[in-house]
Design a protein. Structure first.
Length: 317
């Protein structure tokens, strides 16, 4: 989305626009989560989607918005037989140190951390590829009118989300998906032998796993997460404040869960898990390096898999 056209800009800029195409009864609109009525429309649309991907929830995207710098938006397209939604951050580039004032107001779009890209659903047999082609065409028109000069998408692992995408696709890294649609015995036997030994050893060392659905041990989680990010020299964007996690819990309480590995009552490994309708995601976490020899994270992952399976999830990402 690299073209630009002139439009009004400033504090009252029409960042949220709706367009109706009457012959086919199609609608394209962009919602701003910062407006209560639009937040409600976005949430209702999300609830209608079969996968209810947590990364498309207005509460999740809003957690990454920065007042004065970026807004949580969702582009939605619908026809009588299909729907598409695409959540993203609209960033104001005029506040960046490299901005040239001669350019006027310009923006870019970016997916927040996680798995983004559009979700498409509809009647049985609907054509996903032509539907997404139409969506991206409408999105491109909106982007040019809004003076969006570039767009960066962190696509979902589902290859269907990339259909008809008009930009350049770059393979960044591999991700691990553990299928959970097997019985627990098969799940255990499919682990490599050395991993099974580590999980068993962790239990012998007295590691116990605690499910914390409300973030009661958030301070312990954040302490270990912060130290883990420092140890790994992670990019500053991964150094998230404790207030970020509190806001996320408040915004999507049904989709956030914590799991802790405890030894003698002390948290030594921890993980925050996010839930979509059919998948669970290992979102953030870490392990106290002084506990590595107890292998707490291996047991923690195993227990999260069992919990997600019993909840009816088909995969852990």
């Amino acid at each position: 989305m690299c073209e630009e056209t002139t439009m009004a800009h400033g504090p009252t800029a029409p960042w949220v626009r709706a367009e109706r195409v009457s012959p086919a009864r199609e609608m394209f609109q962009v919602w701003d989560a910062g407006h209560p009525a639009q937040h409600a429309e976005w949430l209702a649309f999300w609830r209608d989607s079969p996968e209810r991907e947590v990364f498309l929830h207005p509460g999740y995207v809003s957690a990454y918005a920065e007042p004065g710098r970026s807004r949580a938006l969702c582009a939605a397209w619908q026809s009588p037989s299909a729907k598409v939604m695409f959540a993203f951050l609209l960033r104001d580039l005029t506040v960046e140190p490299y901005f040239d004032p001669r350019l006027g107001a310009i923006f870019d779009t970016i997916s927040p951390t996680g798995y983004g890209g559009p979700a498409a659903w509809g009647e049985a047999g609907f054509g996903r590829e032509p539907v997404l082609r139409e969506f991206w065409s409408r999105f491109g028109t909106w982007a040019r009118q809004t003076r969006v000069v570039s767009s960066f998408v962190r696509f979902s692992l589902d290859p269907d989300t990339r259909l008809s995408y008009p930009g350049e696709l770059v393979r960044k890294q591999d991700n691990v998906i553990r299928r959970l649609d097997v019985d627990e015995h098969t799940l255990w036997r499919e682990f490599p032998h050395n991993l099974r030994k580590k999980i068993s050893a962790s239990r012998r060392h007295g590691i116990v796993i605690e499910h914390d659905p409300n973030g009661a041990r958030l301070d312990a989680f954040h302490r270990i997460h912060r130290h883990t990010m420092e140890r790994r020299s992670a990019h500053s964007s991964y150094h998230l404040s404790v207030e970020f996690f509190r806001n996320l819990i408040r915004a999507i309480p049904d989709q956030t869960h914590f799991f802790h590995a405890l030894r003698e009552g002390r948290v030594v490994s921890t993980e925050m898990v996010l839930l979509s309708e059919h998948a669970a995601y290992s979102f953030q976490g870490g392990t106290d390096e002084s506990s590595f020899h107890w292998k707490p994270n291996q047991l923690l992952k195993h227990e999260i898999m069992l919990w997600a399976k019993r909840l009816g999830k088909s995969s852990l990402v």
